[in-house]
Design a protein around this ligand. Sequence first.
Ligand SMILES: C[S@@+](CC[C@H](N)C(=O)[O-])C[C@H]1O[C@@H](n2cnc3c(N)ncnc32)[C@H](O)[C@@H]1O
Length: 229
Amino acid sequence: MREFILYARKAATSNDFSLNDLPGSGGRMDLVARCICNALWISHDLRRDSCIHVVACGAPNPPRVISFYGSLLRAVSPDERSIASWIKKAPKGKNPGIRVRKLSFQQLISELASDGKFFYIIHEKGRDISELYLKEDAVFIVGDHLGLPLKEEKFVTRFPHEKLSLGSTSYLASQCITILNYELDRQRMGKRVMLRSGFEPESLARKAEMIGRATLPERRAKKEKTKQS
Ligand SMILES: C[S@@+](CC[C@H](N)C(=O)[O-])C[C@H]1O[C@@H](n2cnc3c(N)ncnc32)[C@H](O)[C@@H]1O
């Protein structure tokens, strides 16, 4: 199963936040809802093979892990308000695809590690995604607008992991999830373009070939030929 973890430092851990003020009283519950949407929804369907765990660390009763399972979700629509209203109702246990637990980030990681899961820490300073074949049955950890605390990142490194970068642009957490889903979907279809790092001529030639451009030596040779003719 494809799993995502969102570390949500400010997300409310009571059910009395206002649906009219998800960023304020919800502690950036708007961001949380967008991440859940991007993790699980595709056009006219849900990703049945995916789930997302939100580690809510805001007031008044942290930590709390809210998990949404694509295979079991009922009656939720992909808009922020609908998702947030289900988070509010989650403790009542009315939706089989939503589970709430009093659990910390580290407890969740240990639980997943004991199931043999591999972790990708999604971080700007990691290895570029284009260099790696991605494990499908893995856990992808994304920080919120404030990033993943160093203490939690260090804890994950006790287990099999890789730090993965999506490039030098700093994206929103929800955008990172979309990019990851896109890359994994393309990989599953056998259509993912992977580039090797480094500046060896072979690697450059391969990159050029993939983006349909001539390499520098090829361009020079062409220029030389035009000069001579
Ligand atoms: C808006 S960013 C957080 C920025 C925060 N100032 C920090 O330094 O971590 C939210 C999360 O998205 C992920 N992220 C954003 N851009 C990324 C990139 N280019 N590569 C990998 N992860 C990225 C990281 O997981 C990050 O914690």
